[in-house]
Design a binder for this molecule. Structure first.
Ligand SMILES: [Zn+2]
Length: 122
């Protein structure tokens, strides 16, 4: 009896460890799904990418996190990693989603971490 209950809970942990929120794409910790709350939404605009009145909207814990996530995403999508590899600073403007607040500018810079590989010589 005890053994079967233990294996049931282990299986449940494995499944829930992989779950992600469908709304914010945040990782949902095992045992915490009932308490998950999506972080707030932010509007982010980059003057080089967006025309007048255009912006992207994403979930993030705060405005700085929103700026960082947007640049990470755009670095990934255009596959050039301009910010991370070239160290080119990217300026983005952030404000709470749907608000009339002033846009606040953030500069995002990044860097690549070097990765080394080793193999035994023949
Ligand atoms: Zn969520």
């Amino acid at each position: 009896m005890f053994q079967s209950r233990q294996s049931d809970s282990r299986r449940w942990l494995t499944v829930s460890a992989m779950s992600r929120c469908r709304k914010c794409d945040g990782r949902i910790e095992p045992l915490m799904s009932a308490w998950h709350q999506c972080p707030p939404q932010w509007d982010v605009r980059d003057e080089e990418c967006h025309g007048d009145g255009e912006h992207d909207t994403l979930h993030a814990s705060d405005a700085e996190d929103a700026a960082e996530q947007w640049v990470m995403q755009s670095d990934r999508e255009d596959c050039e990693y301009e910010c991370a590899s070239g160290g080119t600073p990217v300026t983005v403007h952030v404000r709470p989603h749907g608000s009339d607040d002033e846009w606040v500018a953030y500069v995002v810079t990044g860097e690549y971490e070097p990765i080394y590989y080793v193999r035994r010589c023949e």
